[in-house]
Write a protein that binds this ligand. Structure first.
Ligand code: KIV
Length: 278
């Protein structure tokens, strides 16, 4: 039996069946050590294209490439054994046509071993989602505030504050669900809209800056851990402040190296006993 067959990972059908049940827990992960730490606690590890900003220091997610997503996807799959791993298709790798999207998604699944891809967009992406899901690619949708469309949205703005936008986002979520997505991220919407979406579609909604009534929640792990301190959006809760701890550790190390108190005798290797040959 292959390692794939005995995998204990949460599957796409199991996740899909969690609609209306125990809330689904998700965090982003980009590296093996962080995936290892998060894996026992979450249902989904999302390798989000937020890594462009969080890991690479880019100003938006637009510069993220398929190669970056595949490299980090491989790292996260290696570091996890239980969570469902979902990998973002980056900007430019899927919008052109369903065929182009299929080739990108097939590379991601084949080269990483992840279970699903995520792509942004609503009604305009429905044909692509249907094309992928009918060909064996599980798709998670992403509606509301879609960071890859930052230039058309005019910034990171909460969606659904007016009736027309709320109706559009609601229709987008319905289109994504009808097209065959197994779940959908609802990002940056007014709470009532996220609640209405959750009540109106048959697949689990995963909220971020949305509503506690969503079927699950996702946050960027570096935000939760207090590492990414450039900007903290209102919807983020920082559960620990690792940033100052890392800075303090680096300062202590630096002082000890300069004072020659590190490395100490316990960090140094002695010579092994030589046998004397006469
Ligand atoms: O890019 C990302 O990390 C995401 C999740 C936070 C939903 O899209």
């Amino acid at each position: 039996m292959s390692a794939q067959t005995v995998s204990k990972r949460i599957t796409v059908p199991q996740l899909r069946a969690r609609k209306g049940g125990v809330p689904i827990v998700s965090l982003t992960a980009y590296t093996t050590p962080i995936a290892r730490l998060l894996d026992p606690h979450v249902d989904i590890l999302m390798v989000g294209d937020s890594l462009g900003m969080v890991v690479y220091g880019l100003g938006s997610t637009l510069g993220v490439t398929l190669e970056m997503m595949i490299n980090h996807g491989q790292a996260v799959v290696r570091g996890s054994q239980r969570a469902l791993v979902v990998i973002d298709l980056p900007f430019g790798s899927y919008q052109e046509s369903p065929e182009v999207a299929f080739r990108a998604a097939a590379r991601v699944l084949a080269e990483t071993g992840a279970q699903a891809v995520k792509l942004e967009g609503g009604a305009e992406m429905a044909a692509t989602i249907a094309f992928l899901t009918q060909r064996g690619v599980p798709v998670m949708g992403h509606v509301g505030l879609t960071p890859q469309s930052i230039n058309t949205l005019g910034g990171f703005r909460t969606q659904g504050r007016d009736d027309a936008t709320a109706r559009r986002v609601l229709a987008d979520a319905g289109a994504v669900a009808d097209a065959g997505a197994f779940s959908v991220v609802v990002e940056g919407t007014v709470e009532a809209l996220a609640t209405e979406i959750t009540a109106s579609i048959a697949i689990p909604t995963i909220g971020i800056g949305a509503s506690p009534n969503c079927d699950g929640q996702v946050l960027v792990s570096d935000d939760v851990l207090g590492v990414f301190a450039d900007f903290t959006p209102k919807f983020v809760k920082r559960y620990v402040e690792l940033g100052p701890l890392i800075s303090e550790a680096a300062a202590t190390y630096s002082a000890e190296v300069r004072a020659r108190t590190f490395p100490g005798p316990e960090h140094c290797f002695g010579m092994s006993q030589r046998s004397v040959v006469s």
